[in-house]
Design a protein around this ligand. Sequence first.
Ligand code: PEP
Ligand code: MG
Length: 550
Amino acid sequence: MMTIRGTGIGESAAIGRLFWLAPVREGGAAVPVGSPAEEEARFLAAADAAQKELRALYEESRTTVGEEAAQIFAVHAMIAADEDFTELVLARIGTGESAENAVIEAAQTLAERFRAMDDEYLRARAGDFTDIAARLCDQLTGRESVRDLPDNSDPIIIAAHDLTPSQTVGLDRKRIAGFVTAAGSPGSHTAILARSMNLPALVGMGANDVLSVLDGRQVMLDAAAGELIVDPDSIKIAECRARMQAEQEAARVRSALRDLPAETCSGRRIRLGANIGLPREAAEAAALGADGVGLMRSEFLYLGAKQPPGEEEQLAAYRAAAEALGNQPLIIRTLDIGADKQVDYLNLAKEENPALGLRAIRLCLCGDRALFRTQLRAICRAAGERAAAGAAGQIAVMFPMITSPHELDDALDELYAVQAALDREGREIDPDLSVGMMIEIPAAALMAEQFAPKCAFFSVGSNDLTQYTLAVDRQNAAVAPLAAGAHPAVLSLIARTARAIHAEGGWCGLCGELAADPSMTQTLLDLGIDEFSVSPAHLLKIKEKIRSCT
Ligand code: PEP
Ligand code: MG
């Protein structure tokens, strides 16, 4: 037996024959096949064919894997038709590049832009560009992307250097029991998909050469342990089968939790909300029985756009998310963008230490406040509409990265001024609009008593609170093991935060990744957390845990 370690996605296990998926999508014609005009025509034809193929895949996969996962193909079709992308490719072809190289380089440029972003979700979107480039190269060269699976009924564990999101969603779930990749990270779109498809996986194994020579060997993939065991003995196999059976039973029990409340054994009702980026994810959260949305990362509406989304566009997005939730709460976090999240239209200066720089509320309150006011108007209008429709208090607003009381006062002044202006304009406003702030900076936790009287709730952003308390850059893989949200210093700041808001009659939420760690649920409840907000994939697991806590 040999064991190779990686980062586990999901908690299940699988046994099967390893199938090495050779990286046939790499490279392309190194030299142009024709003149720049001919290369341009080749590219445009390939882009057109790729769009058609992607639209067909979208329609087909809606019925097989569901709307949420199928959206990947719709997004990829948009990227294939994107003007910026096309311009970049054509500019490179103009300098004498082959269409293949131009596509790969343009995708790399855009992928790097996304990779430099602060937000894990957006960083993981970088893979979408690689995926599109691979598809376009396939069109240009006419290659098949995947060699055929062996012709027998054994379960298969795919091994690859990396898998693109569309390869992942296209995996035949009946034949493929899991996958392992040498590259990849737990926050990538591929990993997100694997979770939503319930496919156990190991990523970041860093063992390309080893994986390739294991083709055809029997392997056991243990996502919970982060291990790939090659040639497992009969004891290991029996253990694994027993676990898989237990997991199937646990998943069956969990799906029945969908309509049950997140309530502890001792009868304490905890709110279990979802973290979302785009409005369409609200419907998924609702379908999984979430108690609304505890964190809508509104910056997703801004990133990838050519200009800041206007009031009407944002209003439509917030309205759609709120309506998809019925009357359940929708907590919209105001823009959390910074100099490290590259949004060309904001012309932000490059900073030495962007995590300590002009980010989130600091950016909103500095200089020209038009950006902030537009967003507040859209949020307040959406809340007013919902109030008029009988859902007063459904929409809440929260401010990120507040450090000092004057920042909260300033943000509140802007919010109330916007409410007053809307009222004067004769528009509906929500008299019950609830306002809170994120606790992400130790200074805010230490001064929570000063913030609490002005807030209906706090939501602890444990990702940043951990980063700033422990001096551990959340983007730096080398120090990732030090970023323990369970550190006593972080926990004591959380306890203090909850105490302060409870003393004023408010509630305390937690929307960082710590909320999705079931081994922490009881401790967090004991520290006074009233609401957990987690990505939709973690909802039922945490609900189950809450229901076993006291
Ligand atoms: C956090 O910091 O924990 C948080 C939820 O915000 P983000 O991850 O978007 O910075
Ligand atoms: Mg944060």
